[in-house]
Design a protein around this ligand. Sequence first.
Ligand code: CIR
Length: 250
Amino acid sequence: APRRTALVRAPGPRLADGLVSFAERRTVDVDLARRQHDAYTDALRAAGWKVRAVASADACPDAVFVEDALVVSGDVAVLGRAAAPSRAGEAAGAERAARDLGLRVERIEPPGTLDGGDVLQTDRAVYVGLSTRTNEDGICQLARLLGGRPVVPVRVTGALHLKSAVTALPDGSLIGLPDAVDATALPCLRVAPDPAGAHLVVLGPGHVLLAASAPRTAARLAADGLRVTAVDISEFEALDGCVTCLSVLV
Ligand code: CIR
């Protein structure tokens, strides 16, 4: 039976010190971020997901972006390897959470680096961003560990991670910002009408979670017949985060 567990990690006390490479640096309101995180997990619960907390990593400001620490495919959890030194301490809690779920744990070894935010899984393929965070060696290791699933590297130039620019709809088709990536590797990429992008989480059949910053995309997807839940994640977007990075759906 499919598990329906969402792993999340609550924002830590140092959230406002998180890394910023693309967003314009501004002060992060940590209390507001906590409320936004609560609303995000409420949306997951309302869609039927059992929310489980990953142990906190309070020394790591970016630990809330839990999807970067592990990639789950079937019964395997691959622990990422952070290129950003300040994020190295996030792996231990992610590993414990994966073991608690009964997953087989594998890891990306040096010199490989890989953030889960670069790993976009569809039924057809696993697209992996070649980014400032994920290198070729990390992609090759992931391909071996996922044993036989087709892995397609995608160069990412205009975003932090592949999934900050491109995600998949419930039918597996791709949507996002073609100018932020090498779109030649991405078949039939639908252009998201919101300049901020349109990363989304598939909550269930025909149901997607979108950031409130993508209202035009939300309207179009609703017109297509999808059920759209929108959440305001402004304080995470200020730290280059998006809806995908706040959870790992197992
Ligand atoms: C970082 O730069 O690592 C964090 N401030 C943001 C990580 C966002 N993660 C994601 O999109 N998967």
